[in-house]
Design a protein around this ligand. Structure first.
Ligand code: ZN
Length: 456
């Protein structure tokens, strides 16, 4: 990006020159280059540690403390690197590809260098101002040949975040799906590494509004009750089942349960919905059948991965600083995690269920067997109901239901399971299905299908 012997463009950080910083008579140059900044004034763990490592032990210009310091010129170089890698200069000469994105609702607002630098770390305004002045002067130097995306730091120059892709994650996901279906289902180190990397520190992620991606469930939380529905085609059998509702309205005993989106055949988990209507829609009852719905209260504190929140996750710069060279890789992973909701909840046709559910079943198993902090289930949007309807799966370890007789056939073989759910018997209601409303979109007509067919 710059000539090798141009001190102002040196991007090594630690080698930035401070020898030509003395103001000359008549020149409007400040002493910023000779100012030292301490590790306490940068408010960014990565930068603090960079200062401590390279410190020459001096007095801080900004807080007047005797602490680990390095020249503000060095900090400007680190900021410069972040600006070059993670931002694009779009004003006053907007690139065509940026103009193309202007109609997007999420197109970021261009910001001045000062505003962008201030957003990188909570610098004091005087620090940001000095860095901006240093960069402005550095790039205004006619001997400095810039080959980068921006030419200067004049006041009218504005930046937007550079487009970062999901990197290799989508391809790795495709390999993960393929391996599960056609190569190694149970023991694949590659897939285990993929899952480790994907979910590393998942409980430390938040949405832009500060909502956690791994949320609390149980008493006094939004996820304190779940509805289940069961279809009966025979009225007498339904009456028989209601004699023992905890067992017959809860999940089937282990070894018997059919495979589902989040469980393999024989692994008993608890599927529930946040709303009664969603539970009813999920069982897709045939006309003429009876549906029993019931509410189960979650009586123990649990933790749930919320796929809808994950879709809005943002990079946690407390976790990986923007100044860390790994930031782009980290941000790519966040972008991929945002797409996980869609990957894990896309509708599956009945003929495809066995293999199409493999990736989600494996992810559920993986999350269920994680160590501390534990995850007990997943909140995911309903594919049967449009809007914000949500379902919850509680993994086997959190799917034990309290029974009046204190016996529990579901605990067989795993006596350490905590009782997490309690049926509210007063909530049981019975409905007879009289008609199913089918919703659809018109996508084509016979004429257009025949017309398209002639093109091939
Ligand atoms: Zn300081």
């Amino acid at each position: 990006m710059s000539e090798a012997n141009c001190a102002g463009c040196d991007d090594s950080g630690e080698n930035a020159s401070i020898q030509d910083t003395t103001p000359q008579p008549g020149e409007n140059v400040t002493k910023q280059l000779t100012r030292e900044i301490c590790s306490n004034c940068v408010k960014d763990a990565f930068l603090s540690s960079a200062i401590i490592t390279r410190s020459r032990g001096n007095g801080c210009f900004y807080c007047n403390e005797l602490a680990y310091c390095f020249p503000i010129e060095n900090l400007a170089t680190l900021v410069d690197r972040v600006l070059a890698q993670q931002f694009v200069n779009v004003w006053p000469y907007p690139p065509a590809e940026w103009l193309d994105t202007l109609h997007d609702t999420d197109c970021p607002k261009p910001r001045t260098a000062f505003e962008v630098i201030q957003s990188l770390a909570p610098f004091h305004a005087s620090v940001t101002s000095d860095i901006t002045d240093i960069l402005k002067r550095r790039y205004a130097d006619p001997t400095c040949h810039i080959e980068g995306k921006r030419g200067d730091f004049d006041d009218d120059v504005k930046f937007v975040p550079a487009f970062i892709t999901q990197g290799q994650w989508p391809q790795t996901w495709t390999k993960f799906e393929h391996a599960l279906k056609y190569e190694a289902r149970y023991f694949s180190q590659t897939n285990i590494d993929f899952l480790h990397e994907m979910f590393d520190g998942i409980d430390r992620h938040f949405t832009i509004n500060g909502k956690p991606v791994v949320t609390k469930g149980g008493p006094r939380t939004r996820y304190k009750s779940l509805y289940r529905a069961r279809v009966f085609q025979d009225f007498l059998k339904m009456n028989e089942a209601l004699a023992d509702p905890e067992i017959n309205l809860g999940p089937p005993p282990h070894g018997i349960g059919q495979a589902g989106r989040m469980n393999a055949n024989g692994i008993s988990v608890f599927y529930g919905a946040l709303q009664q209507r969603t539970a009813l829609s999920e069982v897709r009852p045939p006309v003429g059948s009876y549906v029993v719905t019931a509410r189960f209260d979650i009586i123990e504190p649990i933790r749930l991965l919320n796929l809808s929140a994950l879709e809005k996750a943002v990079s946690n710069t407390d976790e990986v600083s923007r100044f860390n060279p790994s930031y782009e890789k980290y941000h790519s992973r966040i972008l991929f995690l945002r797409s996980l909701r869609e990957l894990m909840t896309r509708p599956v046709m009945p003929d495809d269920e066995l293999t199409s559910y493999l990736p989600t079943q494996v992810i559920a198993d993986y999350l269920s067997s994680r160590g501390e902090p534990q995850i007990h289930g997943i909140v995911f949007p309903s594919t049967q109901v449009a809007g914000k309807a949500s379902n919850v799966v509680l993994f086997h370890k959190a799917a034990r239901i309290a029974t009046p007789s204190l016996t529990d056939i579901h605990s067989e073989g795993n006596f350490s399971r905590t009782v997490t759910l309690k049926l509210n018997r007063d909530s049981i209601s019975i409905k007879k299905i009289t008609a199913n409303a089918v919703k659809f979109d018109d996508v084509s007509s016979l004429a257009s299908i025949l017309q398209n067919r002639t093109k091939f």
